[in-house]
Ligand binder design. Structure first.
Ligand SMILES: [Zn+2]
Length: 255
């Protein structure tokens, strides 16, 4: 059995301090695919360095919606250079997050559209963060996105999940699927097509049951995967292979 963590922040300071242990744990727990999501240039540089040693690492970089307010032209140019260089496997996480009082929706939307345009130009898939912004986010995806996208740590309704699926998107499940208050998530997990499913940790956040309270890391993705198998009454070997296939299709790689 092999596992996919399609969204982890192991180059955040909090996890990077024990990066060797974390990557060792991945290898011992059969986490064979990792997409590191970098929100800062320094995190990208760390990820690039790690990739030399661990070729199963892939890298996404993009401007997190709540970090878009102070972006300069230079920041976008740097991102574009990375897209051009072939060093990125995806752009993300990007999206809309209207949760906080100081939200500036217009700036967030403009940043999202601009980054989707980059993804289209350089044929890169995208990882989407959507919180309290379903309508605007789905509208923008519908209108602009031309490359595959992941709805990371999906927490929306069955209807929204299907809307994303019909647009060719992937639904990625994280620790909240294992929580008691998982709301509509079990229903989403049961009903969406197998070829649209991905798994992730979003570590260091959202540690799955039974490790809640501990710091999350990629090896715990297996608990979310197990919950998915239970809900779908799926054969674990088959679902594991399916998720790996989905992940490779999303990234447009053949291996
Ligand atoms: Zn994240």
């Amino acid at each position: 059995m092999r596992y996919v963590d399609s969204h982890c922040h192991i180059t955040f300071d909090r996890l990077y301090g024990r990066i060797d242990e974390i990557l060792d744990n991945c290898q011992h727990s059969n986490v064979s695919e990792l997409l590191i999501i970098c929100c800062q240039r320094e995190e990208f540089d760390r990820a690039k360095q790690l990739q030399l040693q661990y070729p199963f690492i892939r890298i996404a970089y993009g401007f997190y919606p709540c970090d878009t307010y102070d972006l300069q032209e230079q920041d976008y140019q740097d991102l574009e250079k990375l897209c051009q260089s072939g060093d990125l496997d995806a752009i993300g996480e990007i999206g809309l997050d209207y949760h906080y009082d100081d939200t500036d929706k217009e700036i967030q939307k403009a940043a999202l559209i601009r980054q989707i345009d980059l993804a289209n130009t350089y044929q890169l898939p995208i990882s989407i963060h959507m919180r309290d912004a379903t309508y605007d986010c789905m509208q923008i995806l519908k209108q602009y996105a031309k490359t595959p996208f992941i709805m990371h740590c999906f927490s929306g309704s069955v209807e929204t999940a299907w809307e994303a699926v019909r647009m060719g998107g992937y639904i990625s499940f994280a620790g909240p699927l294992t929580f008691k208050n998982a709301r509509s998530l079990p229903e989403v997990a049961k009903t969406i097509p197998a070829d649209r499913i991905l798994t992730e940790t979003d570590c260091p956040y959202l540690t799955p049951v039974p490790h809640r309270g501990k710091e999350n890391e990629p090896m715990y993705v297996s608990f979310t995967f197990q919950k998915l198998c239970e809900l779908r009454e799926a054969d674990p070997e088959m679902l594991s292979e399916q998720i790996i296939q989905n992940y490779h299709r999303f990234l447009n790689v053949s291996k």
